[in-house]
Design a protein around this ligand. Structure first.
Ligand code: CP
Length: 338
């Protein structure tokens, strides 16, 4: 029988270290609230989740009886699919609600929608929303755990954690490693969350973009290479050919035309000429440099196809790591809070 064949391979809960028994955060709204040790604990827990995923039957009852709701007001492939699978691998019941096709289309407010979802029993609400701050409002409205799956231009914490996971895999500790992030900084929640995560882990981050795609808080002062924040290890530059020299990692960001209200870029071709990650540009980075992109990509605009699919690319590995990281976050929030 099928049951007899799979039963002996079912190995029980993830082997997380004893010191992961407590976790002080009920929600994951951004990474700015996580200390270095807490980020490292998420990465360590994700490694235990990779062990679960490598089992012949990738299932564990760690979240049996828990109801997880994916509530997405914006399009998503990677984040939504990996959160859904993460919940299922951990034994949770997962429900998916998209704005399209739900009572949101009849005018139901965000607050009423999440109260409804909580009323049907959701223990965890994972939300993607075009408005920055929406997950914070929800966390104040319902008793469920809330995970931010991307809010407007503000934050995308699980993306930053999975990016840190990839860099840890490549380099071990990130102290002194130099990461160049190039692209549409103005609209990028990925860049904002990565700034927090990577600098907390000791990396130096250079943000590269044409001036119209730098937010005012970054461009302020007008001096290139200035330290734009109180963060000591962050600089910005508008010259990718200069900034990329010797970098340990280069991350390209998507040009988010759907969020651009005015003509911020002269043309995609002009942007590509100065900022596309090409093989020639990647050759200026360190020989061991890794190439990343959160996806979805505009190949031929911010990244050349040969780079996106080349030997130094970790883009598919980022997607795979996303599953283990999201399992780790669900597990720590639900089972780790004392
Ligand atoms: N990186 C990311 O958030 O991808 P999706 O929009 O496909 O979820």
């Amino acid at each position: 029988m099928v049951t007899e064949q799979i039963a002996p391979q079912y190995e029980g809960p993830p082997q997380v270290a004893a010191h992961t028994a407590t976790w002080r955060h009920r929600h994951l709204l951004d990474v700015d609230s996580l200390e270095r040790g807490e980020i490292e604990r998420v990465l360590e827990t994700a490694r235990a989740m990779q062990e679960v995923l490598a089992r012949p039957v990738a299932r564990t009852p760690a979240l049996r009886g828990v109801i997880v709701c994916n509530l997405f007001y914006e399009a998503s492939t990677r984040t939504r699919a990996s959160f859904e699978l993460a919940g299922k691998v951990l034994g949770a019941d997962v429900i998916n609600v998209s704005a399209g096709g739900s009572s949101v289309e009849k005018g139901e407010s965000l607050v009423d929608t999440v109260k409804t979802i909580a009323a049907v029993g959701a223990d965890v609400v994972i939300i993607r929303h075009p408005a920055s701050g929406a997950p914070y409002l929800i966390a104040q409205t319902i008793d469920s755990h809330v995970i931010n799956a991307g809010d407007g231009q503000h934050a995308h914490p699980t993306q930053a954690l999975l990016d840190a996971f990839i860099l840890h895999d490549a380099f071990g500790r990130l102290d002194g490693r130099r990461v160049v992030i190039v692209g549409d900084m103005l609209h990028s929640r990925v860049a904002r969350s990565n700034l927090w995560a990577l600098t907390r882990l000791g990396a130096e981050v250079t943000l590269v973009a044409p001036r119209p795609l730098l937010p005012a808080w970054l461009a302020r002062g007008g001096e290139e290479r200035e330290h734009p924040l109180a963060l000591p290890n962050v600089s910005c530059d508008s010259d990718l050919d200069r900034a990329i020299v010797g970098a340990d990692a280069v991350m390209a960001l998507r040009i988010q035309r759907e969020r651009m209200r005015g003509a911020l870029l002269p043309s995609a071709a002009e942007y590509a000429r100065r900022y596309q990650l090409t093989a020639e540009r990647v050759a200026r980075a360190a020989p061991h440099a890794v190439v990343m992109h959160p996806g979805p990509m505009n190949e031929g605009v911010e990244i050349a196809s040969e780079v996106a699919h080349g030997a130094q690319s970790r883009i598919e590995a980022q997607v795979s790591a996303g599953l283990a990281i999201r399992m780790a976050v669900l597990f720590l929030l639900v089972r780790g809070v004392s």
